[in-house]
Design a protein. Structure first.
Length: 123
């Protein structure tokens, strides 16, 4: 009698081939979208840094407009928030009429905001 051709192990080989194709597809998709995830993280850090700089600008304008400032003058640099964001003001608040350069930091991002305090309406 002739031995018939037996297909032992064909299910295992086909499963390995199909899983290899799926893993390859996943690696390609991850390699394409991974840089975009890094951009989202940097955008979030930049946004928090902007909020820190904007908060510092408001604080400077508030202290310069009050006759009895709520905060001690000059502000100690850098100031840190509870979320880890910091800002640095140059020159220090409390010197009206000068352009303030405020830098907000969070993570790897830094944002610069410049403000000028007017004592009256601009000309």
């Amino acid at each position: 009698m002739k031995k018939q051709f037996q297909q032992k192990g064909i299910a295992l080989i086909s499963t390995i081939i199909i899983l290899s194709i799926f893993i390859l597809i996943v690696f390609v998709v991850v390699s394409v979208f991974a840089p975009r995830f890094a951009l989202f993280r940097q955008y979030r850090q930049w946004q928090i840094g902007l909020y820190a700089a904007e908060s510092a600008a408001e604080r400077c304008l508030y202290t310069e407009n009050k006759t009895a400032p709520m905060y001690p003058q000059p502000l100690n640099n850098p100031i840190a928030f509870s979320n880890g964001a910091t800002y640095y003001v140059s020159p220090a608040c409390g010197t009206p009429g000068q352009i303030k350069r405020i830098t907000g930091y969070y993570g790897e991002a830094s944002v610069v905001v410049e403000i000028e305090h007017y004592t009256g309406f601009p000309p």
